[in-house]
Design a binder for this molecule. Structure first.
Ligand code: IMP
Ligand code: MG
Length: 180
């Protein structure tokens, strides 16, 4: 990994190499293979951030699974309802399914906290959440996370699918914002 990278106006330093991430992702896939043996879960990956994590994770899943990708769009609703989250591309019936949500990072927890009721409304038989990164120090909305690759401090990261203002998703490792 280069010692330092620039994304827009900010500098980032290496945090986790592609190899280190891959090891953890493989381990997590092993847990899921074990926990869902004999079942046929439906993965719902949330784009854009989870694309690289998802692609690597699924390579190591050996049980029968279905995979779909959705995008969450948030917009301001009426004053009373506040922020509204719409799932784009969620066209599979979730009733009675074993659902595993795949997300890049839980920061405040707001995105998933607001989206999950839409999944629960369809009465899946089970629901678990797999994330690449969790920042517990900043998580204020309750989200029950079942599988985590890395618990990280409250510092902005880019790479491995995560962006800073649209750039940086393509790096194979993770980079952390450089202290000034
Ligand atoms: P939430 O605060 O848990 O709702 O997270 C919302 C979104 O913020 C995540 O899905 C990411 O797209 C983005 N995000 C949060 N922390 C970071 C970070 O350190 N780097 C890049 N994106 C982040
Ligand atoms: Mg995201």
């Amino acid at each position: 990994m280069p010692d330092i990278i620039q994304v827009h106006d900010k500098y980032f330093v290496p945090y986790l190499s592609g190899e280190e991430i891959m090891e953890k992702v493989k381990e997590l896939a092993g847990l899921i293979n074990h926990d869902y043996e004999g079942k046929r879960p439906l993965f719902i990956s949330i784009l854009n951030g989870s694309f690289m994590f998802s692609a690597d994770l699924f390579k190591f899943i050996t049980i029968d699974v279905e995979i779909c990708f959705i995008k969450l769009a948030s917009y301001k609703g009426t004053r009373s309802s506040g922020q509204i989250i719409t799932a784009i591309g969620l066209d599979t019936d979730l009733t009675g399914r074993d659902i595993i949500i795949v997300e890049d990072i839980i920061d405040t927890g707001k995105t998933l906290n607001q989206f999950l009721p839409q999944v629960i409304n369809q009465q899946p038989s089970s629901l678990k959440i797999a994330v690449l990164l969790h920042k517990p120090q900043t998580t204020i909305y309750p989200v029950k996370i079942d599988y985590t690759c890395f618990t990280i401090p409250d510092k902005f990261v880019v790479g491995y699918g995560l962006d800073y203002n649209g750039l940086g998703r393509n790096f194979s490792g993770l980079y952390q914002l450089k202290e000034v």
